[in-house]
Ligand binder design. Structure first.
Ligand code: ATP
Ligand code: MG
Length: 390
């Protein structure tokens, strides 16, 4: 019965001169998300988008619930500009939205329509009541509002509100390089970056054969879930075994993690430059482990001149897990394969590594050569969205 889906996008409208750019990105992202469904019209009007439906409300709305920038959606019945037709449409809309009380709320930008908005409210209210004995009008706190918009081209009637994911359209705030492990946190950090409009390139440090082929598969699978929110993106796999071996051979155990993470950040800096990424994203959360104290973060940050975004910095583990479950990464993250960091945890990692001592310890490493060898052997994959079956 629904002819189109009315899509609302909130925050974008606040962005002044950037607005057309934001809207174009949003529309392109919506088209991409609907790409496997039959082609359809999308019209941008009055700060909203109408998407034609072909009896596929469920499929369309499920896909658009993954498009950041969308605040909410309402399935709409279109009627010709005749009161009888509008009444029938309103009745169908009322029957399709749950509740026992309602009110009708009419807007009439088309002033040629012979009835005023209060008159339409009144006529429709009376009609709906006579056709639904169990329903009551409640103008203050109705279970649902039957919206009627009388425009030049026809009348739009809707009531249901389907929440969107909010945020900003992917791509409008630039590109971020996501450091992704197989853990729970970094995929959630990637999701939060996407939600704020970043496009991603992912970078994974891979320590074959310390970590198995399956741990790489796990990271690819996590990226496939993220790609469901952004479209395809690149995953760069960086060989890390030689660097870890060198650190273990030449550096004091208490600084293993600090130095390993400084090497990760240096390589990330170089990959970010190639990828035109403006920031590095990690899944770190303040105080969670030894390398996530402020002192450690400061020493690790020294090697990069890009902003390091840590979307989860103030989150508890339980909050991170909740989002991981909701977005579909949790079950993949808890697969049992080892991560290079878990293999490399010293008994007593420094929680307050002094910069001077870390720098002195690092002098024993052939930093430039190790980096060149890693950067010369990157594997670059394009990750496609997983088939979610929706
Ligand atoms: P996660 O659950 O994301 O693994 P974590 O709480 O286990 O995070 P660490 O293992 O110390 O914390 O890693 C902190 C961050 O460093 C990760 O969130 C991720 O951004 C990055 N990171 C860790 N290991 C790797 C890796 N093998 N490849 C790429 N990035 C990594
Ligand atoms: Mg980890």
């Amino acid at each position: 019965m629904y002819t189109s889906l009315l899509v609302r996008y909130g925050e974008i409208s606040l962005k002044g001169n950037n607005r057309p750019y934001f809207e174009d990105k949003l529309l392109a992202n919506m088209r991409r998300a609907l790409g496997d469904l039959p082609p359809r019209m999308m019209r941008k009007t009055f700060g909203r988008v109408f998407v034609d439906l072909h009896d596929d409300l469920q499929a369309v709305s499920q896909r658009l619930q993954r498009v950041f920038g969308i605040i909410s959606m309402s399935p709409v019945v279109t009627a010709p500009l005749e009161l009888e037709a509008i009444k029938k449409a309103a009745l169908a809309v009322l029957k399709d939205s749950p509740g026992t009380t309602f009110k009708v709320q009419t807007q009439r930008p088309n002033k040629r329509f012979p009835l005023t908005s209060p008159e339409v409210n009144q006529q429709l209210g009376a009609y709906l009541l006579t056709h639904n004995q169990d329903q009551k009008v409640d103008v203050h706190t109705p279970d649902r509002v039957i919206h009627v918009e009388i425009r030049d081209e026809g009348a739009y009637i809707y009531s249901r509100i389907i929440p969107g994911p909010g945020g900003l359209p992917v791509g409008v705030t630039g590109r971020g390089l996501l450091l992704i492990s197989g853990g729970i946190d970094s995929p959630v950090a990637g999701y939060m970056g996407l939600k704020r409009g970043l496009e991603l390139t992912a970078l994974h440090f891979y320590s074959f054969p310390f970590t198995s082929e399956r741990s790489k598969e796990k990271v690819i699978d996590l990226c496939r879930v993220l790609a469901g929110y952004s479209g395809p993106f690149r995953l760069v796999v960086a060989p890390f075994t030689a660097i870890q071996k060198a650190i273990r051979q030449h550096c004091p155990e208490e600084f293993y993690v600090t130095i390993m993470r400084r090497m990760m950040f240096r390589i990330a800096r170089a990959v970010a430059a190639k990828e035109d990424a403006l920031a590095i994203l990690t899944g770190e959360s303040l105080g969670q482990v030894a390398s996530q104290t402020l002192q450690s973060m400061a020493v690790i940050n020294k090697v990069v001149d890009l902003p390091v975004l840590r979307p989860l910095v103030a989150w508890d583990k339980s909050e991170i897990i909740e989002v991981a479950r909701r977005i579909g990464t949790y079950d993949i993250s808890i697969r049992p394969y080892e991560d290079c960091c878990t293999l490399f945890v010293p008994r007593h990692p420094a929680t307050k590594p002094p910069l001077a001592r870390v720098e002195a310890a690092e002098k024993k490493l052939a930093v430039e050569e190790l980096m060149d060898e890693c950067l010369g052997n990157l594997e670059i994959l394009t990750v496609e969205p997983e088939d979610t079956g929706i």
